[in-house]
Design a protein around this ligand. Structure first.
Ligand code: COA
Length: 257
């Protein structure tokens, strides 16, 4: 149980709110379990026509909670046993439309989850980044396929390898978003799109989404990525990166090998 994931169902739109604003909506293990449950519900509950993701406070999400990475890495946890995998499977299987409203930071899975949304509204000044290599990790959520497919290999590689953020206008220009609007219009714009989608013929929209994505392939890739991610998470170079984040210093990979 967690208070950091809130769900509401209104007019056929199931809205999932990441609600841990004091930590920029960084996602804990308990939050992944709640996200998985809500995303599974979106697929199986006939009253849900559209799933919407949003974040409370000034950020969409700062990604995986780094304190959890430290705990899981030192316990030697296997990626496949982690609740994030249940959430990823639910995202791969989701065949109803998903909309995201993104203000502020979208980091790590805060960005890669957008690759599973069908309509993404970003603030013009939002900052999106995928700093897996800064943390000595590897891409997840099928982003090793979906990000280069959307924006091209070189841009995706640079986002993974240098970890620098792109702003919302760039995300729109690169095809990562449908709309880039002033921050105070993000929620209303996403809500309008979700409301339109909720009125569309439900079976037609589902079949369209099923035809546009290969859920089995995405899940197989997520599992393969999970092996690389898991072994990196348990590695000394990742532990150095996690400790550097907690100690608010730059990581030192000069002795890694
Ligand atoms: N895990 C755990 N805590 C996090 C976090 C994360 N991923 N991201 C932010 N927080 C916490 C900070 O430690 C800080 O906590 P504190 O107030 O107790 O010190 C609080 O959230 C606010 O973050 P802060 O860094 O002060 O905000 P900022 O506006 O200066 O920077 C970010 C925002 C998102 C750029 C920065 O927090 C960051 O880089 N976070 C890590 C992102 C990341 O690498 N995620 C994993 C990707 S795989």
């Amino acid at each position: 149980m967690t208070d950091h994931i809130l769900t509401t169902l209104d007019g056929g739109i199931l809205t999932i709110t990441l609600a841990r604003p004091g930590k920029k909506n960084a996602i804990t293990q308990a939050m992944y379990s709640a996200l998985a449950e809500a995303t599974e519900r979106a697929r199986t509950d006939d009253t849900v026509r559209v799933l919407q993701f949003r974040g409370e406070g000034d950020s969409f999400s700062a990604g995986n909670d780094i304190a959890d990475f430290i705990a899981l890495g030192s316990q030697g946890a296997q990626a496949a046993d982690m609740p994030v995998f249940r959430f990823l499977k639910a995202l791969a299987d989701l065949d109803k439309p998903a909309v995201a409203a993104v203000r502020g930071r979208a980091v790590g899975i805060g960005l890669t989850l957008l690759l599973h949304c069908d309509m993404v509204v970003v603030a013009e000044d939002a900052l999106l980044s995928a700093p897996f290599i800064n943390l000595a990790l590897a891409p997840e959520a099928a982003s090793s396929l979906l990000l280069p497919a959307l924006i091209g290999h070189q841009r995706a590689f640079e986002m993974f390898a240098l970890g620098e953020a792109i702003d919302g206008r760039t995300a729109l220009a690169w095809g990562l978003a449908n709309r880039a609007v002033p921050a105070d219009q993000v929620e209303a714009t996403a809500q309008d799109l979700a409301a339109k989608l909720a009125l569309r013929a439900p079976n037609s929209i589902r079949k369209t989404k099923q035809l546009m994505r290969d859920a089995e392939h995405l899940w197989a890739l997520m599992q393969r990525e999970g092996e690389a991610f898991g072994s990196q998470m348990r590695s000394p170079e990742a532990m150095e990166a996690f400790m550097a984040f907690s100690q608010k210093r730059a990581p030192d990979f000069s002795k890694a090998g």
